[in-house]
Design a protein around this ligand. Structure first.
Ligand SMILES: NC(=O)c1ccc[n+]([C@@H]2O[C@H](COP(=O)([O-])OP(=O)(O)OC[C@H]3O[C@@H](n4cnc5c(N)ncnc54)[C@H](OP(=O)(O)O)[C@@H]3O)[C@@H](O)[C@H]2O)c1
Length: 267
């Protein structure tokens, strides 16, 4: 068991804090720029509410869960406290984002859950079984962060520092892009008088197949078959019944043509 401080009780920070306290780690304090949000978090999870920049109690680790662009200014604001180790939750930012704390003598690291954490309770549940990218400037903090991930049922893994932007682009493609396709599909199903729920078994099978045989081998449909006439008919229907999706539908057709190696000559 270890003690930690949460800085930034937002969606990701609270998700991780709920999972960690659930696994027996002790929350020593929650720091926020608005004391009321720190108080709301500590009323539920324990620990002291602290205004960001005020002295914090001792803890083995400070988790900095603020938006990416705020990490370095917040790290700077924390240099007045005695901090042995700190980690941020960003997938993109490197350890340099915590330079003010490293200069003040803290070990610094990162702990990025490769999971969507849209609200604290749902996020905490989803962390079990998720993968967590871990990095640190010392073996001892790296080991501590790996054990922390394992303690909540997550799987720690490494990302090379120079690959972080690519890793983050991959995470966005995996987490966000399917939602654009599903949003488009929902509008088109509704336009066709079919409930979106009818697509659930199809969508779940597509995802399962992508991980079983790989996304390219899982592709079916007219683009995979090189059937331009069917794609033309689809495009015409989109233009007529959901014109706001015309450009995006074409972009998806282009992406599928690229991945399947079947050029689509459609108007
Ligand atoms: N949500 C996810 O799915 C997810 C998943 C993995 C990793 N992450 C990472 O987690 C971090 C936080 O993301 P989030 O989604 O949890 O964002 P969020 O819900 O917007 O929460 C951000 C937190 O940071 C605080 N904050 C923002 N700017 C600040 C500043 N200048 N000074 C002090 N506090 C500030 C906010 O306080 P106020 O309430 O006062 O604005 C809030 O407590 C990011 O690095 C993100 O990449 C998020």
């Amino acid at each position: 068991m270890s003690s930690f401080i949460l800085v930034g009780p937002g969606r990701a920070g609270l998700s991780v804090a709920i999972a960690l306290t659930g696994a027996g780690h002790q929350l020593a304090a929650v720091a926020a720029r608005d004391l009321r949000s720190a108080e709301a978090a500590t009323a539920r999870l324990g620990g002291l509410p602290v205004l960001l920049g005020e002295p914090m109690p001792p803890a083995s680790l400070v988790l900095i869960a603020v938006r990416d662009e705020a990490i370095t200014p917040v790290a700077q604001a924390l240099t007045g406290s005695e901090i042995a180790a700190a980690a941020h939750l960003s997938g993109l930012a490197g350890l340099g984002a915590l330079a003010p704390l490293a200069s003040a003598g803290a070990a610094v690291g990162s702990f990025h859950p490769l999971q969507t954490l849209p609200d604290p309770d749902l996020g905490a549940r989803r962390l079990s079984g998720a993968w967590v990218a871990v990095d640190a400037d010392s073996d001892s903090l790296r080991g501590e962060l790996r054990r922390l991930a394992e303690s909540i049922g997550a799987i720690p893994f490494d990302v090379a520092p120079e690959a972080r932007a690519t890793y983050h682009a991959a995470a966005a493609a995996a987490a966000n892009f399917p939602l654009a396709a599903l949003s488009m599909a929902e509008d088109l199903f509704v336009a066709a008088g079919v409930p979106f729920d009818a697509a659930r078994p199809l969508v779940e099978a597509v995802i399962a197949n992508a991980f079983e045989v790989g996304p390219r081998a899982a592709l079916t449909g007219p683009v995979a078959r090189g059937d331009a006439a069917t794609v033309e008919a689809q495009l015409e229907a989109v233009r007529r019944y959901a014109p706001e999706w015309d450009r995006a539908f074409r972009a998806f057709v282009d992406a599928l043509a690229e991945m399947s190696g079947n050029p689509m000559d459609v108007t």
